[in-house]
Design a protein. Structure first.
Length: 380
């Protein structure tokens, strides 16, 4: 069976969790770099990663990595790669990508040269002079970072964060892969209460439910590689069956709340589309009046930052009220994602732990409050 070098791009700060996720899926030779995680495998690995990954953005087959400082170097080293192993005579193979801090900084020129190099390689292998490109899609993606080139074929198609349950959303949505990352970093596995008091369109609570069920997030969508003739199509059926066999069934306490009734209606509809409408409960509520009588639980939330939805002063007032509401909770762990540099001061206490993450292009911190509040008061 043919094995490939596979690459999963991910949001900065989630490389470690994505690597752990791949290892849990029993995938081989996992290694993490900035913004991407590599592993090795064949058709089964491609299918399993696409179906089951919660935090990765795509699954790419990397054809090659090399250094190129000139367009001639880029052309010759691209042409030397075994594109014919996957791309057929009639495959469609458009080229897209990006360049960062490199001498080859023109994306259109790089696209043109890579395309030409692949065409010349395939011409020599298939002994044809023209490609109709009417067959299956084999999207070529390139990254050129500091003159280091990575050339890949995209097995996913639409990004893995597009689970299919959120066609409608309110302002400032949180990407599903980041929401799943927050759930993972909070170590929620379905036990105890889980609450998002700023739930918006419900993404964090829905991802918490999918995690609790151990349900593969890609079960109900299509992937580009499903149509690749070079891969055994039966692996997708087998991997889907195996993923369903790994699901859990239990009683879960997952709540999303928001002060906006329209957001709650959107969240409920999204949960229904995700198949977790009976597991997640949503209600209209003010986060600054948050209270719970249960002994322990976990709060994971992404409140408004101030840059987009509220003025800075209003955001700080919101954090202050939320922090005051949580001050009486004992044994609850709290995880708050925010880009606000003065979040801890406004919230009322320093976090036990901070982790740098990115919500899209916005640099944020995940503020983790892990200690029992009574113990904090007793500490000197």
């Amino acid at each position: 069976m043919m094995k490939y070098t596979l690459c999963v791009p991910c949001l900065f700060g989630l490389e470690g969790p994505v690597a752990a996720e791949l290892k849990k899926l029993e995938l081989q030779d996992v290694s993490a770099e900035n913004g991407r995680v590599y592993f090795r495998g064949g058709a089964e690995a491609i299918a399993r990663a696409n179906l089951c990954l919660r935090m990765g953005e795509r699954v790419l087959v990397e054809l090659g990595r090399f250094e190129a400082r000139t367009f001639d170097e880029l052309f010759e080293k691209t042409r030397a790669l075994p594109w014919e192993d996957l791309i057929g005579k009639d495959s469609a193979f458009p080229v897209s990508g990006h360049c960062v801090d490199s001498g080859l900084h023109s994306v259109p020129d790089c696209q043109r040269i890579i395309k030409k190099a692949v065409v010349e390689r395939l011409k020599s292998k298939y002994r044809v002079s023209w490609f109709a490109e009417t067959g299956e899609l084999m999207q070529i993606r390139f990254t050129i970072l500091k003159d280091r080139v990575s050339l890949c074929l995209d097995t996913s198609g639409a990004s893995l964060h597009k689970r299919g349950y959120r066609p409608a959303h309110n302002l400032a949505p949180l990407r599903e892969t980041l929401a799943a990352g927050l759930v993972e970093l909070a170590r929620y596995r379905g036990r105890g209460d889980f609450v998002d008091p700023f739930c918006g369109s419900g993404t964090i609570a829905i991802e918490a439910a999918l995690t609790a069920l151990n349900r593969a997030p890609g079960l109900n969508r299509e992937f580009s590689a499903m149509n690749w003739r070079a891969l055994d199509a039966s692996v997708w059926r087998r991997e889907k069956e195996a993923a369903r066999d790994r699901e859990f069934h239990g009683n879960y306490s997952i709540l999303g709340s928001d002060i906006d009734p329209k957001a709650i209606e959107i969240a409920k509809a999204n949960a229904e589309r995700a198949g977790v409408g009976e597991i997640v409960r949503f209600e209209t509520a003010d986060a600054t009046r948050f209270s719970r009588t249960t002994e322990r639980g976990v709060i994971v939330t992404n409140p408004p930052y101030g840059e987009r939805l509220l003025e800075k002063q209003e955001a700080e007032e919101l954090y202050r009220g939320f922090g005051a509401a949580l001050s009486g909770l004992d044994n609850w762990q709290v995880f708050v994602l925010s880009s606000h540099l003065e979040f801890e001061r406004s919230f009322g206490r320093e976090a036990d732990k901070k982790r740098k993450l990115y919500n899209g292009k916005i640099p944020c911190n995940l503020y983790s409050y892990l200690k029992d509040s009574r113990k904090r008061e007793e500490e000197p």
